[in-house]
Each structure stands twice: as structure tokens, then as C-alpha cells.
Design a protein around this ligand. Sequence first.
Ligand code: XMP
Length: 416
Amino acid sequence: MQRAETREYGTTKVEIDNTSSLFQGFENQNDFLMSHTDFVSEVPAGFKNTGKTMHCPNAAMENPDKKLYGIQFHPEVNLSVNGTKVIHNFLFNICKCSGDWQISSFVQDSIKNLKEKIGDKKALCALSGGVDSSVAAVLLHKAIGKNLTCIFVDHGLLRKNEGDEVEEVFRNQFDINLIRVNAKDRFLSKLAGVTDPERKRKIIGEEFIRVFEEEAKKIGTVDFLVQGTIYPDVIESGLGKSSVIKSHHNVGGLPDYVDFKEIVEPLRDLFKDEVRKTGLELGIPENLVFRQPFPGPGLAIRIIGDITDDKLNILKDADSIFREEVANAGLDRKINQYFAVLTNLKSVGVMGDERTYDYTIALRAVETTDFMTGVWSKIPYDVLEKVSSRIVNEVKHVNRVVYDITSKPPATIEWE
Ligand code: XMP
């Protein structure tokens, strides 16, 4: 292993040996995501080289006799063209998998396992209204019925009207035991003056748990805490070897002391598209299943700098206009995540004859399937124009709107 002089970062031409079972059906040159500073200078005995790039002499290697295969690029991300085909070849050509696993069997097995694990004991679910926790809640509800209580902590950092919508769906449509805690003041006072993104996340994560503990005590003995953690959260919270990018409040931000016997995370091994399929399988309405993801810390990480009630209202209104216009343009399924960010920047503007000195709203929209990489969405100018003009006209204290044209990597989807 050597440290490379040139760091490879981004989609890179990889020249491969397409006689390898791993690369069956590929051209010789392929665009894959490379993201590294090291390279293998010499393949080990018994291995042969099956891929290289301009700066990396051994980007793929194999020892077919021992069924050992190595690649340096990332086949799992959207930026690798046909990357999943590499994984497909590995599973089907090399490991001889049959591919008969289905979401319906995942759902049945999960319900059975949860029933066995929880039995007559009580479980509490952290319901946020997002896709992940909603699917986790319904899965648990199918397994243990009224022994599940969902606590929906409305931290006041949700999108416009979202708290009421969540309550309507879970209490009225699904008849799930639901406790809504209106805790906005409590969260805002803890967050007052806090500007560091990681501190915001930690504070919100910790406060969430405190609220749960208090509610749990009111209910009586509660043995299990259910969380909607999904696989990308696990990876990005650095529980493996990769370094922490952001601590997700449903994984990395847990305080040391948690007043529950055990945490249950039924979606921990699933990617987002699989969570959605699970949701449909469970009979959750499509509009909820295809709702764009929303981070646990909510709008707190979309307000750069400190958070105040006034700033929250500005952001909620701007975000709601953006979402409305994206839906009006029929782009809401095409763009996987889109939202407004309240930057901490004030700039000079003019309205009528008046000089203004007000906030800048940034619009963020990305297309992705795995949320681990993504490209910025090329929203048509006329849609952006309408959004911009509506925001500056309808939302007080905003006089400028900008569009974020950065992909992930190098930027993340959220601004904090
Ligand atoms: P980033 O900003 O890391 O986000 O590119 C990737 C995806 O994760 C969502 N996200 C979160 N979800 N708790 C969550 O449940 C969190 O703390 C959190 N932070 C980011 C983000 O909205 C995007 O979909």
C-alpha cells in the first residue's frame, strides 16, 4: 500500500478486464466513483490485476481460485455508472446467490421476530413523521398492537403544519396509541445562542431522549425503545471505520444514560428504497411513503447560526412556498430531497423606494436514490424564478434567494 501523490476524488475512468466474472457485460472503460489517497502498489501473490485508473495502478484485483475479489472504487453509489451491476455480478456470478429475498418476507419475518422479542412487554416508538420512523412504527404496531405507544415529540422544528398532519395520520388513520408532546419552548431554550451544528444535533438528540424518559415514566414500565434508524445513518454516524461526517441524532447522539432496557431498530439493515417498499407492503399511504426524508434535528440544521422563533417562521414559510411550487411543476417525485435553508447572511436590497437589509434564503434540491451521494437538481429557471419571486414577496425579512448548485460529495445534502 502506498500513499498516492494525486488524490482521486469523484467519478473516474476505470479501465477494467471485462473477462473477469465481476465485470461481465461491462465495456473496458467505465465511470466509477474513486475516493481515496492510497493505492495498492503491487497485487499479492496469487492475484491478478483486473482494473486501473490513470493514478491508481491496481484499482481491481482477483484470485478466482480462492474466490477473492477486490475493488477500490465504490460500486454502491449513484455516481458509479452501472455500479450496482458489479454487485449483482459478485452476488450472482461469484457467490451464486439466488435472489429470492423479498420485502414481503422481510415484513413477515420482522413482525414474527418483533412479536417474539417483545411479547407482552411495552414498547415506545420515537415517531417523527418522517418515512423511517413511520414505517418502523407501523411495523411495530402490526407486531404488538396496543402495546406500542408512539411518542411524537413536536420539537417545533418541523415543517409548516407538519405536526398536525402527523397527528392526523397516526391517530385517526392507523389507530396507533399516540402521545403528542408539544415541546417547542423547551427545545428552543436549550438551543438559544447555539451555533455549532454538532452541538445543535447533540442537544436535540439528548432532549429527545429526556422527553421520552419523562413520558415513559408516565406510562409505566417500558422495556423497549423503537427507533427508525436505517443503514445509511449507521454508516454515516461512523460506527464502522469511516470517520464521523455528522452525528445523526438517532444513532450517534444518544446520551450515555438511557432509561430503557433495549433499543429496537427494525430498519437498521435497509436502504431508503427498501424502507419505502416496506411501507407500501404495510399499507401506509403513498403520499407518506414517498415523502421526502427529513432529518431528526429538523429545521435546526437548516438555520445556519443560532435559532430563534422568528427565524423558524421565516424558514417555514419560505420552505413551504418552495415545496408548493416544486409540486405544482410536477417535480416532487423526480427531486428526491428539496428544501429551503435560512443562511445567516444578511444583505442589502431594495423594495419600492426602501433600502432593506434582510436574510438570504438558499434553495437546496438533490437527485439521489441512496442519499449517500447525489447531484443537484436542474430545476427549470421558470420554476426557480417563481419560487424566488414568491419568497421575497410573501416572506417578510427575506430579500434574496440563491440556489445551491453543489453535488454530494463534496457537499452534504443538509447544510449543517
Ligand atoms: P447529509 O446532509 O449527511 O444527509 O448529506 C443525508 C440524508 O440524511 C438526512 N439527515 C438526517 N436524518 N437524522 C436523520 O434522521 C439526522 O440527524 C440527519 N442528518 C441528515 C438528510 O436530510 C439526508 O436525507
